[in-house]
Write a protein that binds this ligand. Structure first.
Ligand code: NDP
Length: 454
């Protein structure tokens, strides 16, 4: 059978765009299918617009606490409509940049919903009219449709927002209930609170950010920002109803809360349903598509990258998976994705960043007696003249037997920039002794990483 394309990519998010561009750069005939704006979760409704909002929140926080530096900034106002409009314009600009780089590489863009009709063919459907706009065929198909927010199965859930809705707002609410204690919940709690919204955060467990090193979540819970957030722990949301213009939440304790709006941030799941995959009987790994090391599904011509496979659901991971896929199948480079020491950050204010093993995980793997912890917590110099002084915390997890650094964790300003650089050292197998013989750069926060002795 003759195919129209060498590769069709379904989903123009980080992973799909990376694969399409790399494959096209090798001369492959490539098409990409997208139902929304080009850019996917990261560019359109995730990392990029969120980080721009973090910068707004940081600016406001700095202004609010700059009196000690002699700056008279009391009474400054925040116009959320201006921020939201500017963020949307920037997102559109970036989306258009991706569109033009695809066209420079001669990648054909099909706008609509991709649905499998055979293992090599897709229908492109108009999401509004449901009409078939096109039928396209390809030798290989890469699925990179990303994830969607998980919804709680409770009465009134459709009244609540997901993170997608935040970017479409005209103005920020005066009060909000945020459900969840993970990345999205903590980042938006921090953005909203620092920009003046009253925030209540509901978590089903005891602590924020389960899965991160315990010292990191403790630092966040003790921080000035989260001290201003009403955190209700060990509780679930039972139902939501509208009361006049507000939303009333009923908790499993029977308690009721009244807020302007509710944000549900209880995880995300693969967006596979619209693809009509059932007849292909692809092997699944729970709700994710099962893939081998080459990102190949159980059908040898169908591949998957990004948030639809059971790997860390992070933009750089999806990009690397997309590039490695293209390198292997369109340039025979025989590459593999390196899943070791993936750095992670939660962009609260201050931010949390981490690479490698948490103290708990290191002790589980190597036994408690073989792990050595180096830790320091202090008020950074930048907070000297501030009224509310957030502390920072740096922590190194070391294997006593080999002296290898297994994990580095940091709570504090610019920690994401510092941990990104430390991830290179961990990947190279750095030892604690090598940290110790590295000269400090003074006065910085990160110098503590090379001056910590137990
Ligand atoms: P997370 O998995 O980070 O957090 C989900 C939160 O919801 C947890 O606190 C979890 O509680 C809670 N939860 C799950 N189910 C329920 C339930 N039924 N009732 C009440 N609470 C519940 O998911 P997010 O939605 O925050 O983010 C999704 C993914 O997106 C992240 O895992 C990450 O991969 C990515 N992301 C990355 C960012 C970054 O790199 N900075 C930013 C935003 C997203 P518990 O802890 O008890 O399980």
């Amino acid at each position: 059978m003759e195919f129209q394309f060498d590769l069709i990519v379904v989903g123009a998010g980080s992973g799909g765009l990376a694969a399409a561009k790399r494959a096209a750069s090798y001369g492959a005939k490539v098409a990409i299918v997208e139902v929304n704006k080009i850019g996917g979760t990261c560019v359109i409704r995730g990392c990029v617009p969120k980080k721009l909002m973090v910068y707004a929140a940081k600016s406001k926080k700095n202004m609010d606490s700059s009196e000690g530096y002699g700056l008279k900034s009391k009474g400054i106002s925040f116009e959320s409509n201006i921020l939201l409009k500017n963020v949307r314009e920037e997102v559109s600009r970036l989306s258009n940049l991706h569109r033009s780089s695809l066209s420079k590489l001669n990648v054909t863009i099909f706008e609509g919903l991709g649905r499998f009709i055979t293992q090599n063919e897709l229908e492109i459907i108009c999401p509004k009219t449901k009409k078939i706009l096109n039928k396209v065929s390809s030798k290989k198909i890469l699925i990179s449709v990303g994830g969607i927010p998980k919804k709680l199965n409770i009465p009134g859930i459709d009244l609540a927002w997901t993170s997608d809705d935040i970017f479409e707002l005209d103005r920020f609410p005066e009060s909000i209930l945020i459900v969840g204690g993970g990345y999205i919940a903590c980042e938006f709690a921090s953005i909203f609170r620092n920009l003046g919204t009253e925030v209540t955060q509901l978590i089903r467990g005891q602590h924020l950010l389960n899965g991160f090193d315990k010292d990191l979540s403790s630092c966040l819970e003790e921080s000035p920002t989260f001290n201003e957030i009403n955190i209700i722990s060990n509780t679930q949301l039972n139902s939501i109803k509208r009361v006049n213009g507000d939303l009333e939440s009923t908790l499993d304790s029977g308690d009721k809360l009244l807020t302007n709006n509710i944000l549900i941030a209880t995880g995300r799941e693969p967006n596979l349903l619209p693809l009509n995959l059932e007849f292909l009987k692809l092997k699944m790994d729970g709700q994710y598509l099962d893939v081998n090391e080459l990102n190949q599904t159980s059908n040898a011509n169908i591949f998957a990258v990004g948030d639809i496979i059971k790997r860390p659901n992070l933009t750089p991971v999806a990009i690397e998976q997309g590039r490695v896929f293209a390198d292997n199948f369109f340039n025979d480079l025989k590459r593999k994705v390196n899943y070791e020491n993936i750095p992670k950050a939660v962009f609260t204010i201050p931010e949390i960043s981490t690479v490698g093993l948490s103290e708990k995980r290191a002790k589980e793997i190597y036994s408690e007696k073989n792990i050595r912890i180096f830790k320091c917590k202090f008020t950074p110099m930048s907070n000297t003249f501030k009224e509310k002084k957030s502390k920072c915390m740096l922590k190194i997890v070391v294997n006593k037997l080999t002296d290898k650094v297994l994990g580095c964790h940091m709570f504090g300003e610019t920690s994401s920039e510092i941990i990104q650089m430390l991830s290179i050292s961990l990947n190279a197998g750095i030892t604690k002794k090598e940290f110790d013989i590295t000269m400090a750069l003074h006065p910085t926060i990160s110098e503590e990483f090379v001056t910590m002795y137990s």
